[in-house]
Design a binder for this molecule. Structure first.
Ligand code: ZN
Ligand code: ZN
Ligand code: ZN
Length: 240
């Protein structure tokens, strides 16, 4: 079962990790759609559109200006046989085909590009990838018997499948940490995080002196730096 689930995850990573290929595909799709529209327009225009002759009277119902009005008035004075000799330009719908198809193409491209744009923007903003539940990851790490506290847990991604994780993990002593290090790595691996940087910390004071002593970082920067750290001391740290 575990083999099966890891295979599923790899397939999932392959489909979500091809941001560049999706970008290239959309670029080519846009070019191809543009070319198809030009060809279709040319064929339709060539086979359906009847233009006015170079000289002589002509009725173009697609254009509304005062000259056209004069031609209509002139046409009203003529009899039916004379009127039939005046060439008529049209049909008018051919003129609307190009802008209509181009607007449809713009809609298709916007609709297909938006998810890619959103995904890329979220990576650039260094958000936690959507397939990772950072709360449950935190819970799993804290559930390990030997782990006393977890803080400064950060997860972000470089590309579709390259997810980075960092954490401070507090244990009783180096021996306990080495025992649990493989399990910690496995928890990150199961979440799809394969590049991890973990700072082990060991309780200097006895862990049963109280909650505060367990939860705070053993290797803080200077105290006046608290506000400049992303997790700071104001935020609630997680301890067992
Ligand atoms: Zn791994
Ligand atoms: Zn720490
Ligand atoms: Zn932080």
């Amino acid at each position: 079962i575990s083999n099966h689930s890891s295979m599923d995850m790899e397939v999932d990573e392959d489909t979500s990790g091809q941001l560049n290929m999706r970008g290239v595909f959309l670029h080519v799709l846009g070019d191809a759609l543009g070319s198809v529209i030009v060809v279709v327009n040319a064929l339709v225009f060539y086979s359906y559109w009847t233009p006015c002759p170079e000289d002589g009277p002509c009725i173009n119902t697609c254009i509304h200006d005062h000259c056209a009005e004069n031609i209509t008035q002139m046409a009203a004075r003529m009899n039916a046989t004379e009127l039939e000799k005046i060439p008529v330009a049209g049909p008018c719908w051919v003129l609307y085909l190009d802008p209509a198809l181009c607007l449809i193409m713009v809609c298709i491209l916007l609709y297909t590009t938006y998810p890619l744009l959103k995904e890329s923007a979220l990576i650039l903003l260094q958000t936690v990838p959507k397939q990772i539940d950072i709360r449950s990851l935190n819970e799993k790490l804290r559930k390990l018997e030997e782990v006393e506290a977890v803080h400064d847990l950060h997860v972000w991604q470089l590309a579709g499948s390259k997810i980075i994780g960092t954490a401070h993990i507090k244990c009783k002593d180096p021996e306990t940490y080495m025992k649990v290090a493989k399990d910690i790595k496995d928890i990150f691996h199961d979440e799809g995080i394969h590049a991890t940087t973990i700072q082990p910390e060991f309780a200097i004071v006895d862990s049963d002196v109280g909650f505060e002593a367990v939860s705070k970082c053993e290797l803080p920067c200077r105290t006046q730096c608290a506000l400049k750290q992303c997790c700071g001391t104001l935020e609630k740290t997680t301890a067992k």
